[in-house]
Design a binder for this molecule. Structure first.
Ligand code: ATP
Ligand code: MG
Length: 665
């Protein structure tokens, strides 16, 4: 059973090699961003296959985004592993369910739900709940949270009360909407994405023959980004593993960014409690980013509060020195976008490929300003995580046509088949001259290119390749991940997880956007926003730009403040630092705080929360907090604070640079 390719693990460092080389059985890799977790598990799979421990077809590797799964497939293909599955939880479940469904449910047909919001809206209407779109959106995500957390409509009110869920309607009514939605969906013979996981889990848990066949088929399980597993996904994973222990998990608790959706790093951090014999490996060397980026990342995550034990890792940069991160404050959002686009243009002109550049933001709505600005300077781009691609009429028609072609049993070259089918929905041989027709043509061509990409990276095994292509397409539609075209990536921070680019622009770093408005005042939610910021920072290999703007519209009121996460990061001598210390800052004198610009009293609006910057001694917190509290309630006449303390609230962020004097106020 010797390794057939002795050089296979040469590209790993000793710790990574230990993880890749660990004997069969449970393995857990706990490590920060860019330390090679994904690289390690793909090598581990290759090594297990190579050394005859497991056949490639018996490997099931799962992750959370379609792009990350695609990346894993590419890396496996590069390592010469053919036939191992690398999918998202949803795609894996979809595939298994399709296969097992006839045996489990019989010939009742089902389809994936489209227009979920409409159905939740209907369900809300029947329950007498509000039906405005924002409320329906909140209800839909609350139902998603409940399903991901394995909470049914009957248990929901009690759980919602215990966890003090922030919901737009009374819990009993939310439960009613939930119940109605499930009923409407079942009547229409539709499944949503969580149903895929629920039904697959049930099939494995309740049908012995199904479980047996499955266990025979898959013997080795690997989970990337395990810090973001939901209870529902964990349950499915348990059903897959089925009491065996050939499970490798890797993750970084500091990158938990889906806890709003029910995810938790606990299964990662408690892995050894469950598998005491597990090999646990920690990685600290950061191979992705320059020391400049790594140092910023360490600062960002070092400022996090309430980090669970086991998540305190410090990254050590391995790459050569690079440029310092750039910070820039702009008057307004279009100005910010234009400046970013100009810088992108510069980078491209200096030889960087557009596909090595990403612009990352908190919410998808932010992409518009950047799309405009990039078009203005003639830079190609692709929007990831945007539903736009999949909501295009021709793409929806194309998917329907492809699905029915796949269902009718197809034979032949998948690229040819896709071309034929798309010809029917308007893909001509030659591109139209321009305008909307050209955009439509480009979109359809991207589907053909996806087929080309798939046939190049995913080797054929049994089954119809057109069906596999359609499954991939559906999975991408679910993850709102359009097929790749060459261009600058525009993506939300959530969609950027696990990925990397030479140059990364983190934009819109203003209070209310990052942290997002509704997180304000909720410590845990703010910490999740901070982790999101950490995920963003750690996507950059070399160039990192952090930008924000003070007003949304040109000429608008400059009433936005830069993100609290930037405090302590912007170098002292940076112009933006001076701005923050004057405009928007405050001067603390005695029991009063005054605006640095107009000297107006701020005391009446101050709600003091304390966060320590990286330079504060750690022992001042409690005592200082006490003094702040009594200062606030007016009991103390004097406030003595060390330098660099940051006060935050909805209206003020101030850096007290000196110890305030007692002015006798
Ligand atoms: P994330 O937490 O962001 O998902 P990760 O830990 O999965 O990060 P990888 O994506 O596997 O990190 O690796 C980051 C980068 O570093 C990749 O470009 C990878 O090829 C490179 N890398 C990892 N390990 C090594 C190594 N031992 N030698 C050289 N390059 C490496
Ligand atoms: Mg990774």
């Amino acid at each position: 059973r010797s390794n057939r390719r002795p050089g296979l693990l040469d590209g790993l460092d000793p710790e990574q090699r230990a993880a890749a080389n660990a004997p069969r059985g449970p393995v857990c890799v706990l490590a920060g961003a860019g330390t090679g977790k994904t690289r390690t598990i793909t090598h581990r799979i290759a090594h297990l296959v190579d050394s005859g421990h497991v056949a490639a077809g018996q490997v099931l590797a799962v992750t959370f985004t379609a792009r990350a799964a695609g990346e894993m497939r590419t890396r496996l293909a590069t390592l010469g592993v053919e036939g191992a599955q690398a999918r998202t939880f949803h795609a894996a479940a979809l595939r298994q369910l399709r296969y097992f469904w006839p045996r489990v449910v019989g010939d009742r047909q089902w389809d994936l739900i489209e227009g979920k919001f409409r159905m939740v809206g209907q369900a809300a209407h029947r329950a007498g709940a509000a039906t405005e779109s924002e409320v329906v959106r909140d209800l839909a995500s609350e139902i998603e949270w409940a399903k991901a957390s394995l909470v049914g409509p009957d248990d929901y009110p009690a759980v919602a009360a215990r966890l003090q869920r922030d919901i737009p309607e009374p819990a009993a009514r939310v439960a009613e909407v939930f119940r109605n939605y499930e009923k409407l969906k079942t009547e229409a013979q539709l499944l949503d994405f969580d149903d895929l996981l629920l039904h697959t889990t049930a099939a494995l848990e309740e049908h012995g023959a199904v479980a047996e066949e499955f266990r025979d088929r898959y013997r080795c399980f690997v989970v990337d980004e395990y810090q973001d597993v939901t209870p529902l996904q964990q349950r499915l994973l348990d059903a897959w593993v089925g009491g065996r222990d050939d499970l490798t998990v890797v993750g970084d608790a500091n990158q938990t960014i889906y806890s709003f959706g029910g995810a938790s790093p606990r299964p990662l951090l408690e892995f050894t409690r469950r598998f005491p014999e597990a090999s646990v490996i920690r990685l600290e060397r950061d191979y992705r980013s320059t020391p400049q980026v790594v140092s910023l990342a360490n600062q960002v995550i070092g400022a996090a509060r309430g980090r669970p034990a086991g998540s305190r890792l410090r990254l050590v940069g391995q790459r050569p020195e690079g440029p310092q991160p750039r910070f820039a404050e702009h008057d307004d959002e279009p100005g910010e976008a234009a400046a970013v686009a100009r810088r992108v243009r510069e980078l491209i002109d200096s030889g960087l490929s557009a596909s090595e550049i990403a612009i990352l933001y908190r919410v998808n709505a932010q992409s518009e300003a950047y799309e405009q600005a990039l078009s203005d300077v003639d830079v190609p781009y692709l929007v990831r995580g945007g539903e736009r691609f999949f909501s295009r009429t021709e793409i929806r028609q194309a998917i329907v046509a492809l699905r029915s072609a796949a269902a009718n049993g197809p034979d032949g070259d998948v690229v040819d088949l896709v071309r034929q089918v798309l010809g029917r929905v308007g893909l001509t041989d030659q591109p139209p001259a321009g305008g909307a027709a050209r955009e439509k043509w480009d979109a359809l061509l991207a589907l053909v290119e996806l087929a080309e990409e798939l046939t190049a990276t995913v080797p054929e095994t049994a089954g119809s390749s057109l069906a596999r292509y359609v499954a991939e397409l559906e999975q991408r539609a679910a993850a709102a991940h359009p097929p790749t075209v060459e261009g600058v990536t525009l993506a939300s921070l959530h969609a950027a997880k696990g990925l990397e680019w030479d140059a990364v622009f983190l934009v819109g770093l203003a209070e209310g956007t990052l942290p997002i408005q509704h997180a304000d005042g909720d410590d845990e939610a703010v910490e999740e926003e901070r982790r999101l910021f950490y995920v963003g920072v750690t996507r950059a290999r070399e160039h990192l730009s952090l930008t924000w703007s003070l007003s949304r519209k040109p000429g608008g009121r400059r009433n936005r403040r830069r993100s609290r996460f930037l405090y302590g990061l912007v170098p002292e001598d940076h112009p933006a630092s001076r701005v923050a210390r004057t405009g928007g800052g405050a001067r603390v004198t005695g029991s009063k705080a005054r605006c640095r610009v107009c000297d107006g009293l701020l005391t009446s609006t101050i709600e003091v929360k304390l966060s320590r910057c990286s330079r504060c001694p750690s022992d001042v917190d409690e005592e200082l907090l006490d003094r702040l509290r009594s200062w606030r309630t007016g009991r103390a006449r004097e406030l003595k604070v060390p330098a660099y303390v940051v006060f935050t609230d909805a209206t003020l962020i101030a850096i007290a640079e000196q110890q305030p004097a007692d002015d006798g106020a």
